[in-house]
Design a protein around this ligand. Structure first.
Ligand code: ATP
Ligand code: MG
Length: 242
């Protein structure tokens, strides 16, 4: 690919105190791609997502988004540059209703599109429409995941970061969420960077993928290449290939 990537992470090191969670990470995501990141528990996947969003900040290396170095930019200003994150554990606002949560996602910049965008989310996840006046904290796990993704989309992101969208969800709901991600990518050109425990589903969905081990990227390739790779199969797919 010749054009500049939408997101370029170069040599990023991130620490928690003295512990180095990312040990020099290089990752690129191009406009219109779905890219996934797989790896064992504690590999540093969520840390990479959070470092892209500026909290915690990288201690060395840099993160360039849409041509701008955002490594040292405060996290609330990074959100305004149209990177939206649906974090691990779906941090929705539990006391706000579904509709209010979506409003928070839209932010001030996008309030003029609010009606139109809410309708889109409700078409995508009809369950949220039925539950629009219910408090977020009382939704089921799957419904909260839909809300978390819906809220991220309300900001009209150029890049959507999803951390474990399938965590704890029934296979049918996971399938539905992955279908919606694919559809948004195909129909609206949404660029997605995805962390997934469910490596099989992620690799099938993705144009490209990275494997992370102990804070380092150890392998990358097309989704298809990694699906076929014996070491990937042994470490991440055997026994769980559904
Ligand atoms: N706030 C924190 N303070 C100290 N150490 C942390 C903190 N958050 C994460 N870590 C450590 O950093 C390492 C990477 O964690 P991270 O959450 O990025 O892994 P992960 O790949 O997302 O794992 P999982 O698949 O379990 O979600 C782990 O060793 C973890 O214990
Ligand atoms: Mg994680």
């Amino acid at each position: 690919m010749s054009s500049e990537p939408l997101l370029k992470v170069s040599g990023v090191e991130t620490y928690y105190g003295n512990i180095r969670a990312l040990a020099g990470v290089d990752v690129e995501v191009h406009k219109g791609e779905i890219v996934s990141l797989i790896g064992a528990n504690g590999a540093g996947k969520s840390t990479l997502m959070m470092t892209i969003c500026g909290s915690p900040q990288a201690r060395s290396g840099n993160v360039v988004f849409d041509g701008e170095d955002i490594t040292r930019i405060p996290t609330h200003l990074i959100a305004r540059r149209r990177i939206a994150q649906s974090p691990e554990g779906r941090r929705i606002f539990p006391r706000m209703t579904v509709l209010e949560n979506l409003q928070m996602g839209a932010g001030l910049d996008n309030l003029k599109y609010f009606k139109e965008d809410v309708e889109k989310i409700f078409t995508m996840f009809p369950r949220l429409k039925e539950r629009q006046s219910q408090r977020g904290g009382t939704l089921s796990g799957g419904e909260q995941q839909m809300l978390s993704i819906g809220r991220a989309l309300m900001s009209r992101p150029k890049l959507l970061l999803l951390d474990e969208p399938s965590l704890g969800l029934a296979p049918l709901i996971v399938k539905g969420i992955f279908e919606q991600i694919k559809r948004l990518n195909k129909e609206e050109g949404l660029t997605v960077f995805l962390v997934e425990q469910n490596a099989f589903a992620a690799l099938k969905l993705s144009d490209r993928a990275y494997v992370m081990v102990n804070g380092k990227v150890t392998m990358s390739g097309t989704g298809r290449e990694l699906l076929a790779d014996p070491s990937v199969r042994a470490a991440y797919l055997e026994g769980g290939g559904h």
